[in-house]
Design a protein around this ligand. Structure first.
Ligand SMILES: Cc1cc2nc3c(=O)[nH]c(=O)nc-3n(C[C@H](O)[C@H](O)[C@H](O)COP(=O)(O)O)c2cc1C
Length: 216
């Protein structure tokens, strides 16, 4: 195992919005390679109820982008004027850009779970949704290692879910969880994000008010 390579991959896989290459096509084979890796991820009870809907048809992408843009831009326009933190403002600016170009992103991947979270006997939400997110992250890592970028978006809320389901011909028994725009990236340099020192958000052997290093 090459730790340097693995650590670089894990620390530089970012949410890519502005640096998606809208001109370069993405082949189906490379998407299938990445999905093949993604389904190595764990699932609760080894259920593997994941299903993967890949959209590369320009007409379907345009229909998805139409709903996505309408809702996302409305939310951004409402919240943006109140944002103070520069990093959060940049995320919103990136999200606005993405919403305006989504139809031109070569591939959209919709990870789904077979079943509904409110089905009788459905797993606890932690396991229902928790069984798809490890695979989604593996997918994003596999894409990054092939010079592609992606961003995990969650547009399937409320009334919109029904509209998306119609466009994507999703059966009522299927739960779409996320929408990942996928494209080759413009450039390959991504930096680790700034995060609080891990010691400040970690406790050992039970929760105390302050991290161990601050204790007398
Ligand atoms: C559960 C979840 C939901 C997210 N939903 C959205 C979304 O709807 N739209 C979007 O642009 N980004 C979304 N993101 C991406 C985050 O905004 C992004 O990961 C965060 O800004 C940190 O950026 P980084 O990944 O580059 O460090 C989501 C991420 C997660 C984990």
């Amino acid at each position: 195992m090459d730790i340097a390579v693995t650590d670089h991959l894990l620390s530089t896989t970012r949410a890519v919005r502005r640096r998606l290459d809208l001109e370069r096509p993405v082949g189906r084979d490379v998407i299938l390679d990445c999905l093949r890796l993604a389904v190595q991820a764990p699932t609760g009870g080894n259920k593997q109820a994941w299903r993967w809907l890949v959209v590369d048809d320009p007409g379907v992408r345009a229909d998805v982008a139409e709903i996505y843009g309408r809702r996302t831009l409305a939310v951004i326009d409402r919240r943006y004027p109140h944002l103070k933190d520069p990093q959060t403002r940049r995320v919103y600016e990136g999200a606005r850009y993405l919403a305006t170009v989504l139809a031109r992103v070569p591939v959209l991947i919709v990870p789904c779970v077979q079943g509904r979270p409110d089905d009788p006997g459905a797993p606890h939400p932690a396991a229902f949704y928790g069984s798809i997110f490890p695979a989604i992250w593996s997918l994003q890592l596999a894409l990054r290692s092939r010079r592609m970028g992606s961003v995990l978006t969650t547009p399937f809320t409320g009334e919109d879910e029904r509209r998306y389901a119609e466009i994507l011909r999703l059966p009522a028994t299927m739960t779409p969880v996320a929408l990942l725009p996928v494209a080759y990236t413009i450039g390959d340099e991504f930096k680790p994000a700034r995060r609080p020192p891990i010691e400040t958000i970690t406790r050992w052997n039970g929760w105390t008010d302050r991290p161990e290093k601050d204790l007398p």
